[in-house]
Write a protein that binds this ligand. Structure first.
Ligand code: ARG
Length: 419
């Protein structure tokens, strides 16, 4: 077993997380805003929404989510506020503006006028434009053939309505942050914002990264910190096998984990990420879509010196328990009939956010799943999600834990695995 793992023990005040269930201290959310008002029946598919949310109500729902977290002692950071502060820094402005200007649809003429427009904006207005986008009609200074031939319903800068799913655009592994590499055109620019925040905002001074958006596709919704030293990574359209392998090399190589489990996920709209079918609610328990429980497999990735050793497929729950050094990874038995299970999975019933062991935020609408969680001793903090859910994401998708109490040290993990 790998005993040469670095002692990446979190000290007091350290940031990051080594599990999904350590006491949540700080979380990054994005309160949805003007970017949702861009959604129409014509563009919602391309922008990855399954409906047209009522924006005011979605904001109210999100406020309940944030307040529920605060009521349980969690510090809530808002991405837009961090971004506005970050954009007071010249280099950060340049990077975020450049990420807009690389769009090949623009053409040189439009690119030049757009550059000077963006460069002239006050940091908060720039933050707003980078998130809400810029519609053809709003940009009266627009020039060039690209602009002239653009439909009035099109955008000079596309909006980012999926920014609300902060889980996907960055994810912490131990004390490092991974800037992800988003797979869908509608989301790719999100990571220029998270990268700028982590690189330039004083709050994150000195934080080191373990992944960058230039690498192979990787989305945070696929990354599950099963426990200290053990990371599961869903693979499919969003996180490619190459992305999972790259993350494995990086986190194993840096001593942030001893085992990475690659978990192929069936590629349907309802199961785009691993966290749509499985989230942790206790140190040794998950809530999981029953059909996934039967079919999910895992392939272990470990380092032997400089060589990445790829294991053979094994049932996910068994492989996870073995890697975690526990007798069993329990599934909360929701005992639901297939139709109810399918309906509640679609509405993110399995996408819970643990605030600590046996304490999780869940959408209130998933009554059957939540009842079974309560019966199994998991306290559920219900939040409304009728409008938020149109983007196909639940409490876990809508949160990026920046700091959780660490459950263990890598050293202990190495020892446990040696036994
Ligand atoms: N971690 C998650 N499950 N995120 C859900 C993201 C949903 C978003 N509309 C997308 O398609 O990308």
């Amino acid at each position: 077993m790998n005993t040469q793992i670095a002692a990446v023990v979190a000290g007091p005040g350290a940031k990051g997380a080594d599990s999904e269930v350590g006491r949540l201290r700080t979380v990054m959310l994005h309160r949805p805003g003007a970017e949702l008002k861009r959604l129409t029946p014509r563009n919602n598919d391309a922008l990855l929404f399954d409906g047209i949310p009522w924006v005011g109500r979605a904001q109210e729902e999100h406020d309940v989510f944030a307040q529920t977290l605060r009521d349980h002692g969690v510090e809530v950071l808002y991405l837009s506020e961090l971004l506005g502060e970050t954009l007071t820094i010249a280099d950060a402005r340049l990077e975020c503006i450049e990420a807009v200007l690389t769009d090949p649809r623009l053409g040189d003429t439009l690119r030049d006028v757009l550059r000077s427009h963006l460069e002239g904006l006050h940091p908060e207005d720039l933050a707003h434009t980078l998130v809400a986008g810029l519609a053809h009609d709003e940009f009266t200074e627009g020039r060039g053939l690209g602009y002239a031939l653009m439909k009035r319903s099109e955008f000079v800068i596309d909006p980012l309505p999926n920014l609300v799913f902060t889980r996907d655009s960055s994810v912490w592994v131990g004390d490092r942050v991974a800037i992800s590499s988003l797979a869908m055109q509608a989301r790719m620019r999100e990571t220029s914002l998270t990268a700028a925040i982590y690189q330039h905002h004083p709050r994150f001074a000195g934080v080191r990264t373990v992944y960058s958006s230039r690498l192979e596709r990787l989305e945070g919704g696929d990354v599950l910190l099963l426990g200290p030293g053990v990371v599961a990574v869903g693979t499919g359209e969003r996180t490619t096998p190459a992305g999972a392998e790259r993350l494995a090399r990086n986190v194993l190589g840096e001593g942030l984990a001893t085992t990475v489990l690659a978990v192929p996920v069936a590629q349907d709209r309802a199961t785009m990420h691993l966290d749509t079918v499985c989230t942790m609610v206790d140190t040794d328990a998950v809530v999981m879509y029953p059909s996934a429980a039967e079919t999910l497999e895992a392939i272990s990735l470990r380092m032997n010196g400089d060589e990445l050793v790829v294991g053979t497929p094994a049932p996910f729950l068994e492989a996870a328990a073995e890697a975690m050094g526990i007798p069993e990874l329990r599934i909360i038995d929701t005992g639901l009939d297939p139709v109810t299970a399918e309906r509640e999975q679609w509405d993110d019933g399995n996408n819970t956010l643990a605030i600590g062991p046996r304490l999780a935020v869940a959408y209130e609408r998933n009554i059957e799943t939540n009842t079974r969680l309560e019966m199994a001793g998991i306290e559920v903090l219900p939040i409304p999600g009728s409008e938020l859910g149109t983007g196909r994401g639940g409490p876990r998708c809508m949160s990026c834990p920046v700091e959780r109490d660490f459950l263990g040290s890598a050293k202990e993990v190495a020892t446990a695995n040696d036994v």
